[in-house]
Design a protein around this ligand. Structure first.
Ligand code: FES
Length: 130
């Protein structure tokens, strides 16, 4: 295998759309704060060769906030610092997928369990989008 610059590369959508936009956006659901938290935690934990990047829209807006972890190409929805901690501990460190936050390739709406983890205000938005 070729040498790689980053072993793990995480892209967190921090896209911001104007208020009232029909698609909503991940930043309205707290993605910037959570991405910054994730970046700081990864640094604190000393996870070398792991990069946590902000990204533009990843085109899965109704499922957001979303992130994708490469090289696996595993997608997650997340809504809290606890979700981020679990992704760091179980996936980035442990190499296991966090199934309750996993977004399948063909998934277009959050599962009941994933929706239950959202703040009340976001839950209404997700229901309206489905
Ligand atoms: S705004 Fe985040 S996926 Fe589109």
């Amino acid at each position: 295998m070729a040498e790689v610059f980053y072993k793990t590369h995480v892209f967190c959508c921090t896209n911001l759309r104007p208020d009232g936009h029909r698609l909503g956006c991940c930043q309205d659901k707290g993605s910037m704060k959570l991405r910054n938290y994730m970046k700081a935690r990864v640094k604190e934990l000393g996870l070398e060769q792991t990069r946590i990047n902000a990204s533009g829209c990843l085109d899965r807006c109704a499922l957001g906030p979303v992130m994708v972890v490469y090289p696996e190409g595993v997608w997650y929805t997340y809504h809290s610092a606890e979700d981020v901690d679990e992704i760091i501990e179980r996936h980035l460190i442990g190499g296991k997928i966090v199934k309750r936050l996993l977004l399948k390739p063909d998934q277009t709406a959050l599962s009941f369990e994933q929706m239950a983890g959202q703040p009340e205000s976001e839950r209404k938005t997700a229901e309206q989008q489905s």
